[in-house]
Design a protein around this ligand. Sequence first.
Ligand code: UDP
Length: 238
Amino acid sequence: MPKLKYRRVLLKLSGEALAGNEQYGIDPGTVSSICREIISARELGAEIALVIGGGNIFRGVSASSKGMDRASADYMGMLATVMNALAVQDVLEKMNADTRVMSAISMHEVAEPYIRRRALRHLEKKRIVICAAGTGNPFFTTDTAAALRAMELKSDIILKATKVDGVFDRDPVTNPDAVKYDSLTYIDVLSRRLQVMDAAAVSLCMDNCMPVAVFNLFHRDNIIRVLQGEQIGTIVQG
Ligand code: UDP
């Protein structure tokens, strides 16, 4: 097996990815196949932190557009990410991986509080760190949480796992002739409003030169291939 180009990685999993073909909730089969990929990467020596979204259960913006107070709705969204984190932890542990859920909102009975130095120690010990509750602040997203945690935990790259093969000039699901970009700069993403991560997250990555690999999570061994430096999907960097 070739060596890893990126050793410490922050994998952003959207809530949607956990739902599989469903619109809502957690699909056990899908979560198991994602966890198998994560464990294979760890077995090759990768140090892995996950940031998990919550859109498969609750999104603050959607609820606030129907009249709910935005901050309260966002806290509900953050709680949704904790449920997803516990589901992923359960499956990873059944596969004998050592894991820790660290929450940005204190809830001692279910998760450790997120403490940067402690998270670093877990990574050094090859535990999979599952970051829950986003940034802990309303009006943010888990994409921004992923950028923030990647910086704090000194990750080599952010892996933005999606259901499509990378970043396209148009939505590839509705436009069969959409063209995939192999690489993009942060400015390209921001100025063309490409759907990679929200603008706050992209800006944070740009300011700190954090590369982002966007790739299809549902093709076998893709996480490992990205970590080995293979050109799949789209890479966003300076
Ligand atoms: N959220 C938040 N602050 C954060 C991260 C998330 O308020 O730092 C809330 C927000 O309401 C968001 C929800 O949690 O809609 C779920 O996160 P997100 O939409 O990023 O999940 P994903 O799209 O990745 O599934």
